[in-house]
Structure formats: C-alpha cells, structure tokens
Design a protein around this ligand. Structure first.
Ligand SMILES: Cc1cc2nc3c(=O)[nH]c(=O)nc-3n(C[C@H](O)[C@H](O)[C@H](O)COP(=O)(O)O)c2cc1C
Length: 217
C-alpha cells in the first residue's frame, strides 16, 4: 500500500473530460485488437462512487436523486458505445457491496433504476457480482427490469453456475478464482474435475507466482 491523496469531488465541468477519457480508452482498446470493453461500475471505483449514496454528495445534475446518481454511468456508456458500437460494450455492477467503503442507503432502488435505464443502451451484457444482496436478489431484480444478457459472478462452481442458468437467473457465468487456479477450466468442467485449489496467499501480489503457474490436467 502506498500513501495517496484524499480524493476531491470533480468539478461539474471536469466530468465531460473524464467521460471523454473513457471514450478514448475504449477506442485505444479496440485499436489494440480487443473485441470489446467492460465498463467497471463496481468495487468502489469512480463510476460506483457516482452511483452510491454515501460517496456521491454532489448537488449538481450528477448527484442527489437516483436519476442524477446514474447519470455519469449512463453518459460514459453512451460515449463508449458511440465509438465502439453498444454491442462491444459491457458493464459490471456490484449491488449492495460495502467494498472500498461503498454504501448505498437503498441499493434495491438504485440498481432497479440503473438496470431499467441500461435497457435503451442495448449493451452486449450486464455483468453482476451478486453475492452482496441475499437470495439472488441482485439477479432477480435485473431479470425483472433488464431485458438484455445477464452475466453472473461471485462464488460459482460448475454446479452452482449451471443451477443459475437452469433457474433462468443468468445467461452466462463468469469465473475468477476457479479460472485463475485452473487454466484449463473448460476441459475440467467437461471432465467433471478435478480442480486445483487457489492459493489465496498469492492474490494481489506482484510477479508470476499464483497467476500463470497452476498446472493443467
Ligand atoms: C487475484 C484476484 C484479483 C482480482 N482483481 C480484481 C480487480 O482488479 N477488479 C475487480 O473488479 N475484481 C477483481 N477480482 C474479483 C473477481 O473479478 C470476482 O468478482 C471475484 O473473485 C468473485 O468471483 P469468483 O468467485 O468466481 O472468484 C479479483 C479476484 C482475484 C481472485
């Protein structure tokens, strides 16, 4: 961990410049050969700081009401879609998380309104980290209000992921820890395992160890 300056609120006129940076970054990624770009509106990063009621204390059109708190995310996604095509853009959200000091007074309301607002953008997918709200509520809300592809993330293995698909709560599952520890995860899924266990002591550490040295079958 390094020392860091205390963040300050963006001035209203700076916001369009930041959105322009997302647009440029999207263009750079596609020019570099990536197939698409996921907009990270989770984990307490800047877009989520606009969404969350505890961090967004703004009094301009980007703060206050739920509609205003969503504005940055929607405008950034529109800008990214304008250079890439919306079918090349996904968005990742984590309703109800307290990670990185986030807190929303009413995550159900915030994320219901967000998922509704995302519909008109016609993005490639909505990626949801769903384990911070009970009983699959994050996925159920999204299914009710969002009409596009839903990708579920957070703590799934093959069986629980399959159960989500069978229950109609998601169209795709993303795997992080399991894939990190099993570079041939698809093959292991096909063979019903066995699986390497992830070594958590190497998470978030520099160097190759714990990232590219897990054995294949
Ligand atoms: C080593 C490691 C690094 C991660 N880094 C990030 C990150 O930089 N940004 C992020 O949003 N999530 C990050 N995650 C979280 C994963 O994207 C995922 O949401 C989480 O691990 C839950 O999914 P899982 O149960 O399939 O692992 C990381 C996870 C691991 C294990």
């Amino acid at each position: 961990m390094q020392d860091f300056p205390t963040p300050r609120e963006l001035k209203t006129e700076e916001i369009s410049l930041v959105i322009e940076e997302y647009k440029q970054a999207t263009k750079n990624a596609l020019d570099s050969g990536f197939d698409g770009v996921e907009f990270h509106a989770a984990s307490g990063y800047l877009p989520m700081q606009f969404l969350s009621s505890n961090s967004n204390l703004r009094t301009d059109q980007y703060g206050g009401s739920v509609a205003n708190r969503l504005r940055f995310v929607i405008e950034a996604l529109e800008a990214m879609s304008s250079v890439a095509g919306a079918d090349k853009i996904g968005v990742r959200i984590w309703p109800g998380t307290e990670f990185n000091d986030m807190h929303d007074a009413n995550p159900v309301e915030t994320y219901t309104e967000l998922t509704k607002a995302l519909n008109s953008l016609q993005l490639a997918y909505l990626h949801i980290v769903g384990f911070s709200l009970p009983d699959n509520l994050a996925y159920k809300l999204a299914r009710e209000h969002y009409h596009g592809i839903i990708m579920a993330n957070g703590g799934f293995n093959f069986e629980t992921g399959q159960a989500m698909l069978n229950a109609g709560l998601a169209d795709m599952i993303s795997y992080a820890t399991l894939y990190l520890a099993n570079p041939d995860l698809v093959e292991r899924f096909k063979r019903n395992g066995p699986y390497n266990q992830a070594d958590t002591s190497t998470f978030y550490t520099p160097g190759a160890k714990g990232y590219i040295d897990y054995p294949t079958l």
